[in-house]
Design a protein around this ligand. Structure first.
Ligand code: ZN
Ligand code: ZN
Length: 337
């Protein structure tokens, strides 16, 4: 089967023929239809983060496809079911994080396209309990971005506590940001979109943002404070500076939700202002299986819109360059059909 394989960090991915996986007990083999390209895949392929994937590996944690084979002991899924294979490939179910409803923070978790092979291939193997069922009315090209960008921002909005009277800043409008704007709107909040590209800000407006700030020509801190300060800021842009500005743009008792993972790991945190203004800072990592199911439910109900462009898997390296250059408005999705 065809797969995009990382052999060396920072080197181009190789499109090659590798062995098709077999389903072990509790697993399914999925014939991939679509597979979204997340910024995380670029970081994974470059070995940018402190914990690196084992080489060689197949990236991709937005794979969507049809169950082709079912392993021993699987009753939840059947052949022909359309499933999504998310970042959270498996969690132990027994640790404190899992038992308290935070399986996404399981220290024993397997991460699709990072610690286990992912969806940049004609087939992938998934744990049957962690593959998300995709409602029949959801287009596979939409289902792919929902599998990471969707669930991650849906969860981040939940974590932010955004409600009807809140001003929520979404920092970084792209694959994740365009969905964060919509989930914050669904939560009832007034949304401020922040980016450095005007076309992305225009997209955010069309998706419901009431205000936009271009951080390359305007001061996001002053602009946010002029609006009264943000009750919550969700930082998807992968730069420490974006997080620092968002923190400074919070109102009293406001909450900073960190999601984007920059190569440069450290932000400046002014203790004095944080204490005096009672600011809160929290990290948010993907979401649980329930969050993923709710993300699909909202889309099936017509309440979210996915902005995406299709690419062929053979274009994986050019597509990663496109993501890095910031020229893509939202999500690139490989169509493997
Ligand atoms: Zn992702
Ligand atoms: Zn666990």
């Amino acid at each position: 089967m065809r797969a995009a394989v990382v052999h060396e960090f920072g080197a181009p991915l190789a499109i090659e023929d590798i062995e098709k996986p077999e389903p072990g007990p509790g697993e399914v083999v999925v014939k991939i239809e679509t597979s979204g390209l997340c910024h995380t895949d670029v970081h994974a392929a470059c070995g940018d983060w402190p914990v690196k994937p084992g080489l060689p590996f197949v990236p991709g944690h937005e794979g969507v496809g049809l169950v082709e084979r079912v392993g021993a002991g699987v009753s939840r899924l059947s052949e022909g079911d359309r499933v999504a294979v998310p970042w959270l490939g498996w969690a132990c179910g027994a640790c404190e994080a899992c038992a308290s409803g935070w399986e996404s923070l399981c220290p024993h978790a397997k991460y699709t396209g990072y610690t286990v092979n992912g969806g940049f291939a004609d087939y992938t193997v998934a744990d049957a309990s962690f593959a998300g069922l995709v409602p029949g009315t959801v287009d596979p090209l939409d289902a792919a971005p929902l599998t990471c960008a969707g669930v991650t921002t849906y969860k981040a909005v939940k974590v932010s506590g955004a409600g009807p009277s809140d001003l929520v800043a979404v920092v970084g409008i792209g694959g994740l940001g365009h969905l964060a704007v919509q989930y914050a709107k669904i939560a009832g909040a007034t949304v401020v979109a922040i980016d450095v590209v005007d076309s992305k800000l225009e997209m955010a407006r069309q998706l419901g943002a009431a205000h936009t700030i271009n951080a390359s020509t305007q001061d996001p801190i002053a602009e946010l404070q002029a609006l009264g300060g943000a009750d919550a800021a969700i930082v998807l842009a992968a730069t420490p500076q974006a997080a620092e500005q968002a923190l400074a743009g919070l109102r009293r008792n406001g909450q900073l939700v960190l999601v984007g993972l920059p190569k440069d790991n450290t932000m400046k945190l002014p203790i004095f202002e944080t204490v005096l203004m009672g600011k809160k800072i929290v990290g948010s990592l993907v979401g649980t299986r329930v969050d993923l199911a709710e993300t699909f439910e909202l889309h099936a109900d017509g309440r979210t819109k996915i902005v995406r462009e299709s690419r062929q898997l053979e274009q994986v390296n050019e597509s990663m360059d496109e993501v890095l250059s910031g020229t893509v408005d939202a999500r690139l999705v490989f169509d493997l059909r």
